[in-house]
Ligand binder design. Sequence first.
Ligand SMILES: Cc1cc2nc3c(=O)[nH]c(=O)nc-3n(C[C@H](O)[C@H](O)[C@H](O)COP(=O)(O)OP(=O)(O)OC[C@H]3O[C@@H](n4cnc5c(N)ncnc54)[C@H](O)[C@@H]3O)c2cc1C
Length: 445
Amino acid sequence: MELLLRVFEAYPVLIFAIILASITVVPYILYEKRKSNKVQAAIDKAKRLGLWEPVTIHPKVNRDICIGSGACVSACPEGKILGLVDNKSMTVCASECVGHGACARACPVGAIELVFGTERRGVDIPQVHPNFETNVKRLYIAGELGGMGLIRNSVTQGKEAVGYIKAALKETPYRTQGVIDILIVGAGPAGLSATLMAQKEGLNYITIEREEDVGGAILSYPRSKVVMTSPADLPLYGKVMKKEISKEELISLWGDISAKTGIKISTREAMISSEPKGDYFEVKTSGRTILTRYLLLSIGRRGAPRKLDVPGEKSPKVMYRLLEPERYANMRLLVVGGGDSALESAMALASQAGTQVTLSYRGDSFSRAKAPNRARLDAMVAEGKINVLYQSNVLKFQGDKVDISRGERIIQQEFDFAFVLAGGVAPNDFLKKAGVVVETKYGTR
Ligand SMILES: Cc1cc2nc3c(=O)[nH]c(=O)nc-3n(C[C@H](O)[C@H](O)[C@H](O)COP(=O)(O)OP(=O)(O)OC[C@H]3O[C@@H](n4cnc5c(N)ncnc54)[C@H](O)[C@@H]3O)c2cc1C
């Protein structure tokens, strides 16, 4: 004690500084460490749920340059794509990035770039010329399929691509009976904007959309709000100024645009294949054959989730992707499918408080899923957290009831939400069949 007093008398300023540091700096360091641990836990969770790996464009952080300002974290309109771990930025839920790019713009030291794929998992991006034409002559690509996400970008690309096609049509006038100017495939933001442009320019066009509703990817996801960081400018309609719009508002906006402009879109019609025949394409759709001079693919990148094709499937209670398992606590949930994503989603849902989870699969074992997933599932089934119905098929959804056949028996169950995770058709297979060159990107632009 005497020694301490003597030290204090000898070095009062130093001792005061040490005391001050321990009551200010130490709590700050502990606070930062706690925050960092929370982000690390979120990353681990995202990895467990399969949300950590990016699907398409996403930020890549150069941690050697990052100064930990956190500007990227606060700038992200999606909220949880990035976080700070040990005072450096890292991706948390990269699969949910839609490519706003606000993080890269906000970074004061240029430590972030937007890239496709990762070193481990490549992402296939088609080669597209600046005028949106691919290596296949007269076959164009617009919107997210070409790699660039966001509603606003897709809208811009759709109309620009048709602008280029219109210019090319002018150079080589052609009128053969039964051959149209342009077939637009897909009526998401890119296809809608392309259709508006085709209508504005008086082109002889057909637009087909596989789904019953137009509007694109965003409609298939459990999402309440859509963010537009700058206005989308639609031909014949004008600017959509809203920065934030609910999914419902967006659906009604597309409906309003279609009604006001008189564009025609053939829904529930999917393109199956295309074959170049001299100076036109012969395109087979689910309902007919279309001969077209130009082909514009605006089919997005998210692929086509495999549908069950049963009555009631269009209900908003039936979804094709699980994004936020925590939203489904205390609910009765049905997962349909037998691959990794079905198993992982069922397990994520079963880990929420108070859920009752049924997993329906038409096969008699989960042989397609990875061994660790199968082992975890077995454990959860043994604990009574998941009820598995092997060799079962969903027959119909009606209100809050679902009918499932199992052999001769029909089981009727009540449910709050169903997730159909039965695989899908990747758009790249579709492109390769059409002869379009695709490049695999491993964390590059
Ligand atoms: C969960 C989620 C949240 C998002 N949030 C935002 C946001 O807040 N702000 C934002 O700007 N962007 C957001 N996006 C991104 C945005 O939705 C996409 O970038 C945009 O929809 C891409 O438009 P697109 O027209 O290129 O493709 P898509 O929207 O994918 O549309 C493609 C269309 O083609 C149809 N199609 C596919 N194959 C065929 C075929 N063979 N025949 C006929 N039709 C076919 C599909 O049914 C679909 O309607 C989000 C995306 C997701 C998944």
